[in-house]
Design a protein around this ligand. Structure first.
Ligand SMILES: [Zn+2]
Length: 716
């Protein structure tokens, strides 16, 4: 079983998250298994053979009406494939049971790959409606497989003989993972409990969709419309120009529109002198899906937490966090809390110092108000400028999107010998998409890389990496992956190219790092492509280090007009400012991580008051009033509609790993061929074929140390 839920892997650190849909409607009751031979149209391009180069989906021929019949057909095919395993008259073997199950569902993976990627990147009401129709069908399919007694008996039979079958390492791992999937999926439960588990899974699949639907509508519902020029005071010209364009597009010529989308709200909060307007837009942001209207998410998230807790109890775990963490590198909630607490105290102390600095500036300016959340980014920007002579907008001209992209590709070239050849002859789902063939050092084909960089109304917020096809081996043939990076970067305005902020440039390297992890994969079984959530940010976050290395900056950060490389003095100021505001960044992130854990260590969540619960959780850690948790519960899509429940801590867990792993490069040289080779073979090529800690130790020669992270964030 590859990609059990087909949910696109949401890997962006900036994921705000929304997906379009109109009203929630009751889902159909037609379980796919009842009529597997649906009347799939012969001409349905999702089902036919893809004769495009590299088997890229024929986007130009796929229409909305093709999805549902394709899903019905593909679910039916998967059921028949699994049925054949169950009904086999042969005794269970590795080949006829475990391996065959791993290979099943190829058509469903293909259909789901297109559908779920476009649901995030190029959606519409129709697609969102189809998602609601399909969620109960795929949930039922998963449960029908995982809860099938005869199938589990066959898997268990192989699992019991695993020591005597002469299996190689990947085969043995596949047996263990498959057995574990079934046990964790409820295979050992009594019939009555299985029935309850199915109902829980089905309801959860719909709650997640409803959560993100509400959030999208709330996010899109708000506009800050400015009609007086004086209210734009403090804002840089490029930000004003983008707001004017947005107003023009909305039929409000001559005005300026700001939204809750990242390229709009964050610059506004950093630069707008008008404090009242800053407060308005930030309040709108933090009150999303928390206004008691039809888009309120509080009841949905409490229900979600309650069902997760109940499912964990059914399966014999004290909480959902215990259940989820068993599969991660961290293993237990205690381990997660240990790291979070270790960082919290020093981070809070640093953030309090930062707040005092900003308060002093407020006083110097002759004001007597107290620093509030709507002031933080504004004064941070002022102090950054005063202290380091560093203005975000001074940097942008050096970070044109095209230069940053080429810079990231060049790093992959130097480290791993990869090259990227643009292909304009392949089908695309949107004309802003660009497609590259990725080649290894010896010129052989590694995969296809699709990039889609700018925001659209049809795209979810945030930045992420996912795949239209994962790498695996089929009948001895290496099937290479089709990988995509989708982002919401600043658009080009006027005659200039898209000029990124430093943070956006780092995000590009980050998502590209996930991309490399997928592109370099060399595993045999698709099931083993799953990487623990708290390890998967290592390949992405480590790339952010190269993005800011002076020698790398010199090569790609060139002024878009003059071609001049970024001056040494500016690099020095970036380096000096690196630890600036890290108290804030760490505290707002850790607060959200604690909140996530608190929701998921509950043994029972029924009847919980969401607002009071959140306040208590944040009060417990002593979150300072000047900082809002990065995500409040009603818009915490990562944990209530993404794959990060009891997992938001993963970014900082992985940061321990990437900070330490990059030290290995620093010690030997950031492009040292042997170190790069080791990182590639021990980590990037391995998928989930080995234990994460073992992989890290193979690369580093020891367990990770937290010291480089503390150093980097200025927390020691
Ligand atoms: Zn990531």
């Amino acid at each position: 079983m590859k990609a059990k839920s087909h949910a696109a892997i949401l890997l962006g650190t900036l994921m705000v998250g929304f997906s379009a849909v109109s009203s929630h409607q009751a889902h159909g009751s037609d379980r796919a298994g009842a009529n597997p031979a649906s009347t799939a149209n012969e001409t349905n391009p999702l089902l036919g053979e893809w004769t495009t180069p590299f088997g890229v989906p024929p986007f130009d021929r796929i229409k909305e009406e093709h999805y549902f019949p394709a899903f019905q057909k593909a679910i039916g095919v998967k059921r028949r494939e699994v049925d054949a395993i169950i009904k086999s008259s042969q005794p269970a073997t590795f080949a006829n049971t475990i391996e065959t199950l791993d290979a099943s569902g190829e058509m469903l993976d293909r259909v789901g790959g297109v559908f779920y990627n476009l649901k995030s990147a190029e959606t519409n009401d129709q697609i969102q409606g189809i998602a609601r129709q399909i969620a109960p069908l795929t949930s039922a399919l998963d449960d029908d497989i995982l809860l099938n007694e005869q199938l589990f008996a066959r898997i268990k039979a192989v699992w019991e003989q695993r020591d005597t079958l002469g299996l190689n390492a990947q085969q043995r791992k596949l047996v263990e993972e498959t057995y574990k999937d079934f046990v964790r999926g409820g295979a050992k439960l009594a019939a009555e409990q299985k029935t309850r588990l199915r109902a829980i899974n089905e309801e959860l699949s719909l709650l997640g969709l409803q959560f993100s639907d509400n959030l999208l509508k709330e996010t899109n519902a708000y506009q800050l419309v400015i009609d007086k020029r004086e209210d734009l005071a403090g804002l840089p010209e490029n930000v004003i120009a983008a707001a004017a364009e947005a107003a023009g597009n909305a039929g409000m010529e001559g005005k300026w529109v700001f939204t809750l989308h990242a390229p709009s709200i964050w610059p506004f909060l950093s630069y707008a002198d008008n404090r009242e307007l800053r407060r308005q837009i930030l309040t709108a942001y933090t009150k999303r899906s928390d206004q008691g209207n039809g888009r309120d998410n509080k009841a949905i998230l409490v229900r979600t937490a309650a069902l997760r807790a109940e499912r964990a109890r059914l399966l014999g775990y004290p909480s959902h966090a215990h259940f989820a963490l068993e599969e991660r590198m961290a293993k237990t909630p205690d381990q997660v809390y240990r790291l979070l607490n270790q960082l919290w105290t020093p981070a809070l102390a640093v953030a309090k110092k930062e707040a005092a600095d900003f308060q002093a500036v407020i006083q110097q300016e002759g004001h007597d108000f107290k620093l509030e959340p709507c002031d933080w980014r504004y004064y941070a920007e002022k102090v950054r400028k005063a202290r380091y002579n560093l203005d975000e907008n001074e940097l942008r001209p050096y970070f044109s999107l095209e230069n940053v992209r080429q810079g990231a590709f060049a790093v992959a070239g130097k480290l791993y010998g990869l090259s990227f050849v643009e292909r304009t002859d392949l089908p695309k789902y949107h004309n802003e998409v660009r497609t590259f063939e990725v080649k290894d050092a010896d010129g052989s084909h590694l995969g296809v890389f699709i990039v889609d960089f700018h925001p659209r109304a049809s795209k979810r917020g945030g930045a992420w990496c996912s795949g239209f096809r994962d790498q695996y081996v089929k009948d001895g043939r290496d099937i290479r992956p089709i990988v995509t990076n989708v982002c919401n970067f600043t658009r080009p305005v006027g005659g200039a190219p898209a000029l990124l902020s430093l943070e956006e440039a780092e995000t590009l390297f980050h998502e590209f790092g996930h991309g490399l992890h997928s592109l370099l994969s060399r595993i045999h079984y698709g099931t083993l492509g799953r990487v623990p959530r708290d390890f998967v940010e290592l390949p992405s976050q480590i790339m952010e280090h190269w993005a800011l290395e002076p020698q790398v900056l010199k090569s790609y950060a060139r002024h878009w007009q003059t071609g001049e490389p970024i001056p040494d003095d500016l690099i020095a100021r970036i380096k000096e400012a690196e630890r600036f505001n890290q108290g804030f960044a760490t505290v707002e992130y850790l607060a959200a991580s604690f909140l996530d854990m608190e929701w998921h260590v509950l043994g029972e969540a029924k009847g919980v008051d969401a607002t009071r619960f959140e306040n208590t959780a944040l009060g417990k850690i002593g979150l300072m009033p000047e900082i809002v948790t990065r995500y409040r519960s009603p818009y915490f899509q990562h944990i209530f509609a993404g794959g990060y429940s009891a997992g938001y801590y993963s970014y900082i867990w992985s940061e321990v790993l990437d900070a330490d792993a990059f030290q290995a490069f620093k010690e030997k040289g950031i492009f040292d061929p042997a170190t790069a080779r080791s990182f590639r073979t021990n980590i990037l090529e391995k998928g989930g074929t080995e234990d994460a800690m073992e992989m890290f130790k193979h690369f580093r020669g020891r367990e990770p140390s937290v010291e480089p992270l503390l150093e980097k964030r200025g927390l020691k």
